[in-house]
Design a protein around this ligand. Sequence first.
Ligand SMILES: Cc1cc2nc3c(=O)[nH]c(=O)nc-3n(C[C@H](O)[C@H](O)[C@H](O)COP(=O)(O)OP(=O)(O)OC[C@H]3O[C@@H](n4cnc5c(N)ncnc54)[C@H](O)[C@@H]3O)c2cc1C
Length: 418
Amino acid sequence: MVVKNESVIHGRYRVVILGGGIHGVGVAHDLASRGWCDVLVVEKSVLGGGTSSKSTKLIHGGLRYLQHPRDFPLVAEGLEERALLTKLAPDIVKPLPFIFPVMKKGGMPRFMIKIGLWLYDALSYGRSLGKHSWLSLDDALKEAPILDKAVFKGFYKFFDGQTDDLALVRRVAKSASQLGATIVEHASARHLSHDQNGWQVSIDVGGVTKVVTAKYVVNALGPWAHEFFEGSGIKPKVEGINNQGTHLLLRDLGLKSGLFLQSPDDGRIFFVLPWLGYTLIGTTEDIYTGRADDCQPEAKQVEYLLERCNRFLSVKLRAEDVIKTFAGMRWLARDVGSDISDTSRTHLVTEHKIGTDILYTIYGGKLTAYRALAEEIASKITKSFGDESPSKTHLPEAWAKEDSLPEEFRLPERFSRI
Ligand SMILES: Cc1cc2nc3c(=O)[nH]c(=O)nc-3n(C[C@H](O)[C@H](O)[C@H](O)COP(=O)(O)OP(=O)(O)OC[C@H]3O[C@@H](n4cnc5c(N)ncnc54)[C@H](O)[C@@H]3O)c2cc1C
């Protein structure tokens, strides 16, 4: 059971996980699936209320990451997890057709798009959601009547996965909790230190401070990870950067497929997607240096997205058409010497070890590959404890049954609340 009250928190856990985003609940689910129930997750707000509900909602290998051969393993892993999640949570993770247009002027040349899609299909071998194909103008307009035919030479169709990210976090949390993990919302980690008994975590829940002891701590605070370290006087092992991404929610523009678009002047990829009865547009990417709690969509990013979209569409979108905006932060370990769009999306896990007590910190990662990353961290923890029990999160029996989100998370109001 996911709870909002401090009475369930007791004095000692084997593992305390800070942050109830996809990575925090994912690690709890993985540990619980191995029979490790002495696990506590604390989330200062609502589960999934951070970056994990501000994503582009794609469960994908990441076609655009094929630009860097170093990211091919990341793409292959994403495609594998995509196939698995469409089976484990088919009501939440679904295939979505995409249109990748070839521009008359600028943009990626047709042969390059073809090579990319061929490679994407090859990497999806045995777990494909459908092969890419060339689309006629008529067929493209049936899928996306808002495309401006004057600017395109032609269209490719390919397939990827789409989710409701908040629903996914909550399903994973429910699965973890049914297997025995304790998950507490509105519980904020305030301070972390170490003494002869292990890691000491101070948690503020409903105005009451609880101190719990743990052998292992997982810092899954995403963009808040280093702010928390600062407050605890802990020196991070690597430099982290936040990269802010903005999305717009609009009324349904009649799309049956997602649009994979590239801005001709700066080469940025962005998406126009059908999503839960609305149209979702995103994302821009900019370095963000403020406090994580203050990250908000900026007017210039909203203007940028609308202006770029209007170059490709027969309808002209205006600021008044935007129902909601939301921004999230990609939290990455800095790749020294890279500019932001060139920084690899691959994750990194650092360790602070004192005796046999370990603090793990997660950098980067993708919603799509959270399960694999959670398995990696849970394996490190259980092995260090001398336990070889395997993860079972790839099996349907480790998952909670289908259910819908509570009313409080209905769209479009959701984005005013979280
Ligand atoms: C713009 C954007 C688009 C993206 N699109 C995609 C996509 O389409 N597909 C994909 O696979 N990936 C995507 N990603 C990546 C993906 O969303 C992230 O990798 C993932 O959500 C990170 O999850 P997390 O659990 O690490 O962090 P978060 O979800 O941010 O979780 C951290 C949690 O910690 C909580 N917290 C903060 N401080 C405290 C405290 N003191 N005590 C307790 N709790 C605290 C926060 O409230 C938050 O819930 C996108 C990312 C961004 C930014």
